[in-house]
Design a protein around this ligand. Sequence first.
Ligand code: ZN
Length: 417
Amino acid sequence: VRRLAPLIAVLAALSASAATAAPSTGTLRVLVVPVTWGPQPFTQQRIDDVVLGTAADWLHRASFGRLTVTGTVLPWQPVLGAEVSCADRARIADLALAAARAAHVAPSAFDVQAFVLPALPQEGCAEHGFGSFGGSEIWLYGTPDWITAVHELGHTFGLDHGNSWACAGGACAGREYGDPYTVMGHGNGLFDAYDLLALGWIDTVARARDGTFQLGPIETAGPGPRALVVPTARNEYWIDHREPVGPDAGYGDAVARGVELHAEPNRTSPVAALRYESFADVLLPAGAGDEPWLLAPGRTFVLPGVFRIDALGPATVRFRWLDRTPPRAPVLDPIGRRAACRSHRLELTWSHASDAASGVAGYEVTTAGRRLARVADDFRFEPSATVALHGRLTAAVTAVDHAGNHSRPAVVRIACS
Ligand SMILES: [Zn+2]
């Protein structure tokens, strides 16, 4: 339930494989330890039914069978001397895990440890639960509720909140949990396509290029992209489509009348994901009336100077880049030219180029109009290429933005004697 700056969220996502994030595919083993200061308002079996029954079944269906949740629910452990505060999470976990070990259950045999309190404590509780971001522990505060269990497990997979963006009277603001559909917002529906791809539950998204795209509903497996992804200099825009089936069966037919637009952290340049300030994963108001979140047929979304999307059908959109501005040229670093003359290989490094609209996609290294190398822009690395000279005396590096505009070339000339 905690808020993270987009930069941290993106860096965490990029390093998720190295962190202790709970596995979102395969088998997730959950140890559930109900701990109490006295009251036992619901049974061990009820907790089992909710966490390892309803929530586990939902995750299995939502993941198209890619995630199976198994585990163990211990009996109530009366180890909390008095009513706790939600701020006591670390102490609650320590006492619960000690009780588990005393019962000869090894917490390390599980991917996630879940701590259930008998009631929402009087103090320090803003929410019904807490999940460590990309971690392995969740707390359920007196609510044996499958939505809370799935939401907090979502955090352990590294998922952020489903927020929304609202503008009124010229002032715009993000609303945490404002997405009315995903369980990471205030809905009880499926995670959005951005989350589904991060979880490894869907495989196919389309990258933006001028053309028409037919999106498959995110609740079903099948051919075709589940989202159109538009990288820009600031946010990434994800366009996806829901239908009232599977985990979204409760939403009725209206949800299927258009596509949703989400602004997400930019995976290629997290420092640029600033348009929506601290709100990553923002559902944008793209419609009107009783369908404010849907870009329905006949409606258009324009990011001025960057791109335009026209909804042609409930799940069909036409995409056009509007960015006609070339990126700024990269700046070549000084190089060892004499060494290049001896080895006939030229090692080039250059500074990241910039592009304020669609963003820099990569670089082309050419000589006399022939392409020698293509290098993707990756904020983590200084761009570089090693090219064979073969008697050529010049090479050029050109930045290319996502819309296909080329910068002026940065040219290096070699004089070998
Ligand atoms: Zn949360």
